[in-house]
Ligand binder design. Structure first.
Ligand SMILES: [Zn+2]
Ligand SMILES: [Zn+2]
Length: 161
């Protein structure tokens, strides 16, 4: 699939000059997006607010998307819905003369949210996800996708309850 790469960089520099408590809402939608280095999403919907605090910016975000997964039973590729909600604090750099582990607002005032979104979405990736709850899987003998048709190895078939 062709990768659709969009920048998730957002200008937040003007928050410096806003009063504490100033809040702005952001809404973004992408039919398809590839987040470096490995996350391919469809129907990404991003809603977040940024609030000016004493220390920096408080982000409250809600994301939903469909992620390219492989069914653990029949091995087809399909899109699984995922969603997450989180808060993140971006500190203003001048508050930290020394090294800090916190996320900081870059000097140019642009935050690239790609890595953050990827980190939170990856936590939500389903383990052993299946294309449907009653996916029949594949035949261990001949590899037939049993959702599509039966095969002659019904006795040796792995059963899923
Ligand atoms: Zn399946
Ligand atoms: Zn078979």
């Amino acid at each position: 699939m062709e990768k659709k790469i969009y920048s998730l960089r957002t200008n937040v520099g003007y928050f410096y000059n806003r009063p504490i408590g100033y809040t702005k809402a952001f809404h973004q939608e992408y039919d398809e997006i590839f987040i470096q280095p490995d996350l391919n999403l469809k129907d990404l919907v991003v809603d977040f607010t940024l609030s000016r605090t004493r220390e920096g910016l408080l982000m409250r975000a809600q994301l939903s998307a469909k992620v390219d997964m492989q069914c653990a039973r029949c091995l087809i590729d399909y899109y699984a819905p995922i969603a997450c909600e989180f808060e993140e604090l971006y500190a203003f750099l001048e508050r930290y003369q020394e090294e800090t582990d916190e996320e900081t607002v870059p000097e140019d005032g642009y935050i690239d949210f790609g890595k953050l979104f990827r980190d939170y979405l990856l936590i939500e990736l389903p383990m052993n996800s299946t294309c449907s709850p009653d996916c029949k899987g594949i035949c261990m003998e001949c590899g037939q996708n049993l959702n599509e048709s039966e095969c002659e190895h019904t006795d040796s078939r792995v059963k899923y309850d």
